[in-house]
Design a protein around this ligand. Structure first.
Ligand code: PLP
Length: 474
């Protein structure tokens, strides 16, 4: 399988080359030339596979230049009960009639990004060894990507990690999780700005061809293809699990996903394109509702960092959905010139309007969207705690709120649980009072550990200097 860019100006590449890339050289995103098609008979064969077996069945279709035995070994080392807390890896649980939660946040950092990042850490190490190369990972995080990346890459051979986070914008727990790591290949940088500023710095450094080549810059931001690929697996797994439990119903299965960069739900979209019978893909946003506007009205108008709200579901405080271009490319029948034009418009701040194809977006691709606010999160957390004895985090609450609001009679909705409540204790306390929030053993007491972080002004040059300094000292 070859990979191409959404902007059409990049030579087709193999999986192992795309794996180490951020943006394509032409500024687009890499994706497979076409999505493999899974027929109904194969789906039934996959139904009872274990998580690692299913991951292998899916990933081997995309990672065709990786030795199959090696791929299987990587997957088996990644998806273990000891790392994810259960052999299901991503267990589903029933919340109420026709509504399930998909537990994606049982990995080391208690958020869904671990599912993909833990695989990526092993895959990066493998590919770098094969190529005899080193890699400098730079990333931007609003909280979870950063810790997930650091926990996936800590101590890995031939990899140096520089993670940018918005100074003072993360929860105490998130800071402790990231800044307490003392592995010598992990470097935390707090930027005096918003998440989007951090992301812009990463993009600026990636676009500096000389710097990028000299320091072998790579990224693990949510545009990374390997992450999207690893996330496809749990849509299949959850679909099988819920249709097993609900074998007597004729209802269709939909997913609702708390979204920011459109990475998680993009994997759901690809699973659907591969033939998994997903009815609807429901995008849930918080007050940063750029995607809600698009999927309801067809207008995509990303906002600047200073118009991005700081909310109590901070990992969704994103006003430029960086994976969105992968969907738009398909939506526009792979017209890469048009994609290029539209996203140039995004860059210059005008956005674009595709109201004329909204019918296709909804009926052909199954997308719908809704929005949730701080008050909705609090009410949903409280309701589930009091009436269902289930404690969920604020991001998941955005998803549940939107799922309930948009649910139709003929569907079962699986809502992604994207973080555990203990990560966002302040909001839980605000919703239901000062209750005891359960915390996995391995995260107990991390706030008391020494923290390692460098604070810098919002300037790409300063970050470049820091990277040079660290790498030259090695
Ligand atoms: C990253 C994240 C999201 C948003 O996921 P995207 O792939 O960026 O759409 C939602 N919830 C949590 C807890 C996250 O960490």
């Amino acid at each position: 399988m070859k990979y191409i860019s959404t902007r059409g100006q990049t030579e087709p590449m193999a999986f192992s080359d795309v794996l180490l890339m951020g943006l394509a050289p032409d500024g687009g995103l890499m994706l497979p030339e076409s999505y493999p098609q899974i027929d109904a008979a194969t789906l039934e064969q996959w139904r009872h596979l274990s998580y690692p077996e299913l991951a292998f069945a899916i990933m081997r279709l995309f990672a065709t230049d990786i030795d199959e035995a090696d791929l299987k070994d990587m997957i088996n080392r990644t998806y273990t009960e000891s790392v994810f807390g259960s052999s299901d890896i991503t267990p589903v649980r029933k919340l109420e009639d026709n509504l399930y939660l998909l537990g994606l946040s049982n990995g080391p950092t208690l958020a869904f990004k671990d599912v993909a990042m833990q695989f990526l850490g092993n895959a990066f190490e493998y590919v770098l060894k094969k190529k005899n190369e080193r890699l400098t990972i730079i990333g931007a995080t609003s909280g979870d990507t950063g810790s997930a990346a650091e926990y996936a890459l800590r101590g890995k051979d031939n990899i140096e990690v520089f993670m940018l986070s918005p100074f003072g914008k993360m929860s105490e727990f998130q800071r402790a999780q990231m800044y307490s790591l003392d592995d010598t290949n992990i470097h935390n940088i707090a930027i005096k700005g918003m998440f989007d500023d951090c992301q812009d710095i990463v993009k600026a450094l990636q676009q500096d061809a000389e710097f990028k080549a000299k320091y072998s810059l790579g990224t693990v931001n949510s545009i990374n293809w390997g992450r999207i690929l690893a996330q496809i697996v749990y849509y299949f797994k959850a679909y099988f699990a819920v249709t097993d439990l609900e074998s007597n119903t004729s209802k269709k299965v939909s997913f609702c996903v708390p979204s920011g960069n459109f990475g998680n739900i993009c994997a759901g979209h690809i699973a659907r394109e591969m033939g998994l019978p997903i009815h609807r893909l429901i995008v849930a946003t918080n007050e940063n509702d750029v995607l809600n506007d698009f999927f309801n009205q067809g207008a995509y108008h990303p906002r600047s960092a200073d118009k991005t709200y700081v909310t109590s579901s901070p990992s969704m405080d994103i006003s430029k959905a960086s994976n969105f271009e992968r969907f738009v490319y398909l939506l526009l029948d792979k017209d890469s010139n048009r994609v290029h034009e539209l996203f140039d418009g995004v860059k210059s701040g005008t956005g674009f309007d595709l109201a004329d194809v909204m019918e296709v977006v909804n009926s052909r691709y199954g997308f719908a969207a809704g929005k949730s606010t701080h008050a909705d999160r609090l009410a949903t957390i409280k309701d589930l705690y009091e009436n269902h004895q289930d404690l969920i985090d604020p991001h998941t609450a955005d998803g549940v709120k939107v799922a309930r609001e948009l649910q139709r009679d003929d569907e079962i909705i699986i809502c992604a649980e994207t973080a555990l409540p203990v990560k966002f204790a302040e909001t839980i306390v605000e919703a239901i009072g000062d209750i005891h929030i359960e915390r996995p053993l391995h995260t107990q007491g991390i706030e008391d550990l020494a923290q390692h972080v460098t604070v810098l002004d919002n300037k790409a040059d300063l970050v470049a200097e820091e990277i040079k300094k660290v790498i030259q000292a090695r």
